[in-house]
Each structure stands twice: as C-alpha cells, then as structure tokens.
Design a binder for this molecule. Sequence first.
Ligand SMILES: [Zn+2]
Length: 463
Amino acid sequence: MRVGRLPAQQPTDTLVYNLAVTGAPPHLAVEARLVGWEGTSVFLSAPPPGSGTTVTAFGASDDRGVSVRVQRTGGGYVIENTRAGAIRFRYQLSFTDPVSSGSTASGLDTTRLYAVSRSLFVAPDPVLYRKTGHPYPVVRLVFLLPPGWRLVANWDSLGSVLEPRSSEELMEGAVAAAADYRFHAGAAGGAHYTVAVRGARAFTDSALVDLVSESLRRGAEAFGPVPVPRVTYISDAGRKGRTSGSLQGTASIGLLWEPGEMLERARSHDTFHETLHLWFGGVMEAERWWTEGATDYFAARLYAEWRNDPGELAALCYQSLRNYERIPHRTAMTMAAEARTMPGGDNTIRLVYRKGMLAALLLDAAIRRDSRGRASLDDVARRLLAAARDRRSRAATEAEIGEAVAQVGERSTKREWARVVAGTDRITPSQVAAALREVTGVDLPPPPPRTNVPKALSQPPSP
Ligand SMILES: [Zn+2]
C-alpha cells in the first residue's frame, strides 16, 4: 500500500494470488502479483500469531524477476520503494496441525484443507487502505488443488477462482477444500445458503441442513432479513476435544465438531449462535456481553422455540448459571470491565458469555413484565440494528443499548440493567427461574445441585 497523498479517484489496484497445495507433508505455496501501483512502499500484514500457520521464504521481485528489498515488521512485511509497475511476492505457508483443532484454526493434510482465511494471506493492510481512503485492491484467488478437490468458500466463485468483494471478505472468511464435500443448497430468511458437509457423522446431512435453515429463518423472523445474500456453512469433523463452530466474519460459518458428536442441544445451540452473528457482530458491533452473551441467549430461545420445548432454554440458561457461579470475578467487575482487561479466554469462564446470556434473559423478562407481554428484548435488538445499519463503524455503544432498554422497558427493566449490566450484583438461581417463567410462561425450576462426591475412598470397596 502506498503512503503519501492519494487522489480520490484512482483506478483500483488488482491483486492475484495463486495458492498451490503441494509437498509432503502438504503446505501452501503462494505467489501473488499486485498491479496498479505507483512505486512506493507496500505494507502487507501477515497471518497473526496463533492462526495455525507459519509464513516462510517470503520474497519479492518486479515483473522482470529483479528482487526487491523486503523489510520484516512486527505484523508483516514492507516491500520497499519499488519502481512503478507490477510487484510480485511469494511465500510458503506451513500448517501447525494436519487437522484443524477448531473452527477458528487451520489445518491441512493430504485429504483436506480447512482454514480461517486470515491465516492464509499475506495481504495489503486493510486498515491502512481505509485510513487513506484508497479502494482496496480487487482480489482474485486461484487455487491449484490436488486432483478431485473442490473449494468451499462464500466468495463469488468462478470455478477454482474466487473473488472476495472486500478486505473483510478476504481476511475474515473460512475456506475449505477436499474431494468428498457433499453440497446442499437452499434459501431461508431472505438469503441463500450452502451447507458443505464431509466425513461420516452421527447425524444425517438433512438434519444439519434443517438446523441451518431454521436458524436463518428464525433469526430473520426475530431481527429482520438475513443481512447477507448468501451464507456458507462448512461442516467438517475436527479433532477429538472441544471444537465448535464459529463465524469468522462476513458470511461463512465453520462447524467443526468432534467426529462422534450428536446433533443435540449443545451443537444445535452453537449453530443458532453462529447464525445470529450475521446480525450481532455482523451488521452490528457492540460490547462483547451483547455480541456474545445476548447472542447466546437469543440462540437458546430461538432454538427452544423451534424444538417447542422451553426446557431446552432452561437447560442452557442453568448451564450458563453453573459456569457463571464458578467465575471468581463475577461480582468484582462488570462485563464491560472484563472485556477491557481480560480479552479473549475460554468462553465457559468469561462473564461476557456466561453472565451476558443471563443478563439478556433477565432483561428480556423485565421488559416483558413491564410491558405486560407487549415488548421484549427483541425490540431492543431491532432498534439497535436499525441504528447501526447506516453507520460505517456498525457500532451500537453501551449507552445506546442502555437507552434502548430503558425506552422499551420501564421500572423493573431499569433496575435489572443497573444490577446486572451497569452493576455487579450476583445473579441467583431463583432470579433465573423467575425470568424463565416470565419468558416461557411455564415453571422451569433450577435442576437439583450436582452432588460431586469426591472419588477418594475411605475404605476399600467391598467386592
Ligand atoms: Zn460467538
């Protein structure tokens, strides 16, 4: 990317990547050619640490093969002060794991590729492009795959050539390839979807397709049409251990589950959660407790409505409560403070997920109580989505969420906000039970506490 003054209207640069799966063990050999440049430095950002890939043998040259100086920086590479003309760069990409350890990681073996796209590309830094107002290069991706492999990605596809529409699409997608993907297509909630499945599973493809289509349909019913024209779900069997789906950005959702997993409550809830990120985290950004916690609550409620079983919502909320009760800082800091001071982390021990879900339940119940059933937290969500839609930042601030909650609800809603969002009061089982009753209309008392008897034996067992 160039620095310095830029005229507002310039022809857009074009950038073509050739990515070849090659070698044993397989790696990606990547060659790129950037055209349209004016002969100043190019800033390229590299895959972040922890993305499951390593870049080696990075080099750059001009079109005649004369090598160009490259400087390694903290986050990537700078190709320095080239003369005008095309610039070529190349690198090798090695994968830490043969099989992706989760949907936010990457893996490559002789049978399949699964990758979060930011782990693949050394690419012009989108932030710098945005700052200078220069359009991001038009990108084409040409994959050279082993015989029989087919690509799965949500970008417009021209056979094995893909064209992401923006830097977000380039960097925040999931991409997969293998010879044995089974493709299922349909439409729901105003969008087209593709579900690509591979591997033998403990459930049928059609069960997964039903789940996907219901999550889109019910999401659209609650929050307005699916905000992207097409969504791609990539379902592969991951490793044994905890792997679950995660939306990587604009419109592709990786669902990597353990080989033997059933399509029951936990995974179904995950899938609804990832689908709802098309709205929360997609068209609207907010504090993490909303983007993750409220999303988790909406996912649980919509899933339970689909199953026509309020017990499903209760089970997911009480599970969240059990995890919440194990978080040491649960009454010591607010969710926003946690998000600032302890970013990331296992979602089972983070307030933004576990308390966030309960906070959303309590707010939903309070709004329904205050409005005698005429309004719900969905109304708050729709107001926020409408406000965020036209903003470049897509952001709804914490203050705006608070205002929307106060406008839709009344006294008890404001009290809940002060207690659980602005404050750090403890959330109790009886509060959760009361909220569940308000939301579902039925009694869903907390399950009896688990009696975890220590395994230490005071006496030898009798035969
Ligand atoms: Zn999430």
